[in-house]
Design a protein around this ligand. Structure first.
Ligand SMILES: Cc1cc2nc3c(=O)[nH]c(=O)nc-3n(C[C@H](O)[C@H](O)[C@H](O)COP(=O)(O)O)c2cc1C
Length: 214
């Protein structure tokens, strides 16, 4: 599909059908992930495609209580919102509830892993959270999301399972020096799937030459 159309309709899809995704489609999606840039072209990421029902259920058992805590906190903040934003947030939360209750049923959960010891993390000395390392993994995640969009496969980038990283590492037999940074359930959408997204306008996001004073 046209690239800009894919980008501006790539919204989170949390209601996914259990129907299988055919291997050729998956191959194209994984191929797109491998085309992403990485620092020094080291490609310090791997993707574990979890299709085993018992492992997917184990991931659901970890995800559901994390989502419950996160969504309870989020729901507690809805009152201060305007009507439109509140309705949107409620739709997102309902879809999130659905995902948390069904993530173990989707055909594939793509678990993105990374190895920081082979990355040049140029902001590691800064007195703040480092983000540069993520730059060698999340472009691959985004390529996978866009490829899913192109194939009509629903997906959503999730990170709540990073709170249970030791359990996920053990479940997937990961080496000590590899870690997890994204878990992407993939499957055909239950409803209409992709559609309009809600983002801030360019003028609020992109500045010319200097940071604005107002
Ligand atoms: C770094 C990151 C972490 C996210 N983690 C989760 C998550 O754990 N669970 C979830 O349901 N969605 C998660 N999302 C999806 C976002 O909530 C979603 O992209 C955002 O609300 C915008 O919604 P839209 O893409 O439908 O417009 C995550 C997205 C990003 C970029």
């Amino acid at each position: 599909m046209e690239l800009y159309d894919a980008m501006n309709s790539l919204r989170a899809i949390r209601r996914l059908r259990p129907d299988p995704i055919d291997p050729a489609t998956l191959e194209r999606i994984y191929q797109a992930a491998t085309w992403a840039p990485t620092g020094g072209n080291v490609q310090p990421w791997r993707l574990v495609a979890v299709t085993d029902p018992a492992k997917k259920q184990a991931l659901q058992d970890l995800y559901a209580p994390r989502w419950k805590d996160y969504s309870a906190n989020y729901r507690g903040r809805l009152d201060g919102m305007g009507d439109e934003a509140k309705a949107r947030a409620e739709r997102t939360l309902d879809a999130g509830d659905h995902l948390a209750a069904n993530i173990g049923q989707v055909p594939v959960i793509a678990v993105f892993c990374f190895n920081p010891s082979i990355m040049a993390i140029t902001d590691s000395e800064q007195p703040r959270t480092t983000v540069v390392g993520g730059g060698s993994v999340y472009p691959a995640v985004q390529n996978l999301l866009l490829a899913c969009r192109n194939e009509g496969v629903g997906c959503v980038l999730t990170t709540l399972l990073c709170m249970d990283e030791p359990a996920v590492k053990e479940l997937l037999g990961m080496p000590d020096d590899w870690y997890t940074c994204a878990h992407v359930p993939m499957g055909y959408p239950v409803g209409g799937g992709y559609g309009p997204i809600n983002r801030r306008p360019i003028a609020k996001m992109v500045y010319q030459n200097t940071w604005p004073t107002t």
